[in-house]
Design a binder for this molecule. Structure first.
Ligand code: UD1
Length: 352
């Protein structure tokens, strides 16, 4: 069997890592196509190196642009690639422009399409990611859902017969990396044993309105302990454009972190403030309380017992960024760390 994975943005490289391993272990031929949506070394190549992912077989080098230009360029370039390789499955990940472009390219060529991380919903139609994931799920022949909640969303949209819960592949990689980096020194600017908060902000709804971005940055600056802020290119660009300094109060900016450094820092942090989907869940897995600067989350299981709290206006950052860990058991709503082999089995089992 031949599977062709399409990835392009940072969170997809993290999900690709366990899938590449599981597909190789099952003897599946695996072709990796990188759209080039993310192209900075520390947003892309570093993940392939650090997570032991084979180099992409094909790199489209699409780069930045408006949503339409970026998605359209990927679609046009994927067409001949899929046509030449003719895989048994095109496998797409998550909810980015790379996901929806590859989904459209596959279905138009009648190539079976599988969507990993299917069924997530924010029900917020202002988010580009919400459209990307809904369109991709409805195009897919196989929806690989991370959770029972995701499966319920798919069933509610009439997609139950092509959906299966496989667990969350991010658990596989996060727990492996946690164990690998345990005991290593933290590579973030804090003194030994000093409590700190890890923060990331990159979503368009938070970065693209200068007044909102200022509110969030000022809230982070007022946290009573150091705030390590890895700066996503979108955040850097939008802050610079509105003349907003990120070096304020307790904020300590750093470049986007390699995944093992991020996992080490997250496990050691007293709290997390973020608008990233992945980080909310990684915080939950690593038992670090999280505050999410959004009106909703797709990862609703993290909200149980207060492991994750929504703070849409960033009004409670100073008060809640550092708070005691909840004492209740978190359970394992995201699976047991074997999602990639379950997803591989589903691909093999559904082969036409
Ligand atoms: C994309 C995804 C988002 C995901 C995020 C993870 C979409 C619609 N959004 O958002 O779901 O959470 O990736 O990071 O696909 N840039 C660089 N260097 C890079 C990459 C981007 O400078 O390596 C700049 C671009 O020029 C652009 C900005 O960062 O101005 C945003 O990049 P883009 O890929 O459009 O979207 P993200 O905000 O990263």
């Amino acid at each position: 069997m031949k599977v062709l994975s399409v990835v392009g943005a940072r969170p997809q490289f993290v999900k690709l890592a366990p899938m590449a391993k599981a597909l190789a272990a099952a003897g599946v031929e695996h072709v990796i196509v990188h759209t080039g949506q993310h192209y900075d070394i520390n947003m892309s190549d570093a993940f392939f190196t650090d997570l032991g992912i084979p180099d992409p077989d094909i790199h489209l080098g699409v780069g930045s642009g408006s949503h339409g230009a970026q998605t359209g360029a990927m679609l046009a370039q994927l067409d001949p690639v899929f046509d030449e390789i003719r895989p048994d499955w095109v496998l797409v990940y998550g909810d980015t422009n790379s996901t929806v472009a590859a989904a459209l390219a596959a279905v138009k060529l009648h190539i079976p399409l599988a969507h990993l991380e299917a069924g997530l919903r924010s029900f917020n139609r202002a988010m580009p990611e919400e459209h990307n994931r809904v369109l991709t799920d409805h195009a897919a022949d196989l929806c690989l859902a991370p959770t029972e909640v995701a499966l319920r969303h798919l069933a509610a949209e009439g997609l139950a017969d092509r959906s299966v819960v496989v667990g969350d592949v991010m658990v596989d990689v996060c727990l492996q990396v946690r164990d690998a980096v345990a005991g290593r020194p933290l590579e973030v600017p804090v003194a030994d044993g000093e409590p700190f908060v890890l923060a990331t902000i990159h979503r368009a709804e938070n970065t693209d309105d200068p007044a909102r971005l200022r509110t969030i940055v000022e809230a982070l600056a007022g946290v009573p302990v150091p705030v390590i802020l890895p700066v996503h290119p979108r955040l850097a660009a939008k802050a610079a454009a509105s003349g907003l300094s990120l070096e304020q109060g307790n904020i300590r900016t750093v470049e986007p972190l390699p995944y093992p450094v991020l996992v080490g820092a997250l496990a050691a942090a007293a709290g997390v403030v973020t608008d990233s989907g992945g980080l909310q869940k990684e915080a939950f897995l690593l038992e670090t309380p999280c505050l999410t600067v959004r009106t909703e989350t797709e990862w609703v299981e993290t909200l149980e017992n207060g492991w994750n709290i929504l703070d849409p206006e960033a009004a409670r950052v100073a008060e809640l960024a550092v708070r005691p860990r909840p004492s209740q058991d978190r359970g394992t709503p995201y699976g047991d760390g074997h999602a990639a082999s379950a997803a591989t089995a589903a691909l093999l089992g559904r082969r036409a």
